[in-house]
Design a protein around this ligand. Structure first.
Ligand SMILES: [Fe+2]
Length: 185
């Protein structure tokens, strides 16, 4: 039977810790960490931080992170009114959380609303729809290739981290927006 790890006698648990101060934490390899660690990123709300880039006539993508080491990428998908994102198959994991409106997949029986969390696994193809007249917004963190198919099941295009970078940078160049280094992990 697994037992929960006990803190040292008299010490707080992780849940009880939390002074409002910067704490000096002992590091076995501080110099190496300081030399090679990468700080986290921050992407603000403005177009300069990351603009909405059109994806078809009724949708847009706001890119938030590109990780070329893991072919992984994070963005917000916005479908502006009731509509469909074409049938696609993932070759990696997907994590998502609803932000506005609602969406679902024709192949599944749930509907994702704001605050609700979903995962998608590599393998089966599915078709994202929103029946909400105001559409939907959701945060997606995706990994690997997204293969898109037409309504006859013919392969169309692969969207991977390279496609997402190209999508973002092409729009920035065309609209005189800076390329934000905070998006590149
Ligand atoms: Fe998907």
């Amino acid at each position: 039977m697994a037992t929960q790890e006990k803190p040292a006698l008299g010490a707080k648990t992780a849940a009880e810790a939390g002074e409002y101060k910067i704490v000096d934490v002992p590091e076995a390899h501080k110099e190496v960490i300081d030399r090679y660690v990468r700080p986290g990123t921050f992407v603000g709300l403005s177009d300069m931080d990351s603009p909405w880039v059109p994806f078809g006539d009724n949708a847009a993508i706001r890119h938030l992170a590109f990780d070329v080491r893991n072919n992984s990428y994070c963005n917000i998908l916005w479908i502006k009114s009731a509509g469909v994102i074409g049938t696609h198959k993932h070759r990696g994991m997907v994590w998502a959380i609803g932000l506005e409106g609602s969406f679902r997949y024709l192949e599944y029986d749930w509907v994702c609303h704001p605050g609700e969390f979903i995962t998608e696994f590599p393998g089966h193809a599915h078709t994202l729809v929103t029946d909400d007249p105001d559409g939907m917004k959701a945060l997606f963190w995706m990994q690997g290739a997204n293969e898109f198919y037409d309504e006859e099941g013919n392969f169309l295009q692969t969207l991977d981290v390279w496609w997402f970078i190209e999508h973002y940078e092409t729009y920035c160049r065309a609209n005189n927006l800076p390329i934000n280094p905070q998006l590149y992990l």
